[in-house]
Design a protein around this ligand. Structure first.
Ligand code: NAP
Length: 275
């Protein structure tokens, strides 16, 4: 992602929270972190393994964050340690960003019905959907009433996108989890929402077969005839995690240049290509 200037202010001043899912500077979670920090948030990060620590540490330091905890969402001990660390350092938190997904490369290509295995299905749903339930439960135990949570999803949950396969199923589950968690935590005024982002060039996106075609098609067929800007996703996260988002919960908010709204593309490159 090119260096961008995120709008500054104090919308997140006095708020502390955890961001899970920064792998490098191209991660969607990193754009969200920069936007929240530019509005005064104090942020803790999780990372997975030593290799990622090397990449995440300098990023975290660049926004004044010194709480980095190793966490693999499939490992209960590291999840316990993550939230115990936050409780120990801060006592309470105000927000959670969950930007984690995984499916084996063999599950993200070709025929869904032929290639989806029991193990591939279980692991995709575990890491990409259950991990949000687990993190939300643990976060809620130390979250101030009036806090907020955001997870990241994709349109492949609602419609068939070639090669997205079991990840589409996992994202459908994640969106349903978002609504159920929102209902459970609503009485404490904790809001829980999902952002459905259009394709963005990250490590996770590189794992999906025909990714290049996905970007080209999204650009040609979206209402804005452009790819999704991570800054827009970060802006939506700021709205949903700050008090601007009051009364908004259980929502899946699309930030995809209007791709989801189109049934048939208007005049433009895609129509011309078919003449
Ligand atoms: P990314 O930079 O690769 O981030 C994905 C993160 O998930 C990485 O930090 C990864 O760590 C982490 N992760 C995977 N398995 C994990 C585990 N077992 N425990 C802890 N962390 C784990 O890619 P991204 O595109 O920003 O993805 C963030 C979220 O946005 C994902 O939920 C993705 O599905 C969603 N999203 C992405 C797009 C897009 O086009 N990029 C569009 C819509 C939604 P490792 O690198 O160590 O595996």
């Amino acid at each position: 992602m090119a260096e961008q200037n995120f709008p500054t202010g104090d919308l997140m001043k006095g708020k502390r929270g955890l961001i899970m899912g920064v792998a490098n500077k191209n991660s969607i979670a990193w754009a969200i972190a920069r936007q929240l920090a530019a509005q005064g948030a104090e942020i803790a990060f999780t990372y997975q393994g030593e290799a990622l620590l090397r990449r995440v540490k300098p990023l975290a330091e660049s926004i004044g964050s010194d709480i980095l905890v190793e966490c693999d969402v499939t490992d209960d001990a590291t999840m316990d340690n993550t939230f115990a660390t936050l409780k120990d350092k801060w006592g309470k938190i105000d927000f959670l960003v969950h930007a984690i997904a995984f499916a084996g490369k063999d599950q993200l290509a070709g025929s869904f019905v032929d290639n989806t295995t029991r193990e591939g299905f279980k692991s995709a749903l575990d890491i990409s959907a259950f991990s949000f339930v687990d993190a939300a439960r643990r976060a809620s135990e130390i979250m101030n009433d009036g806090g907020a949570m955001v997870t990241l999803t994709y349109l492949g949950s609602e419609r068939v996108v070639p090669n997205y396969n079991v990840m589409g199923v996992a994202k459908a589950a994640l969106e349903a989890c978002t609504r159920y968690i929102a209902a459970d935590l609503g009485p404490r005024s904790i809001r829980v929402n999902a952002i459905s982002a259009g394709p963005i060039k990250t490590l996770a996106a590189a794992g999906i077969g025909s990714g290049r075609h996905m970007f080209k098609f999204n650009k040609a067929a979206s209402a804005m005839q452009d790819n999704t800007d991570p800054m827009g996703v970060a802006g939506a996260a700021l709205y949903l995690l700050s008090d601007l988002g009051l009364s908004c919960t259980g929502e899946t908010h699309h930030v995809d240049g209007g791709f989801h709204a189109i049934g048939m593309p208007q005049e433009g490159p895609l129509r011309e290509a078919m003449e």
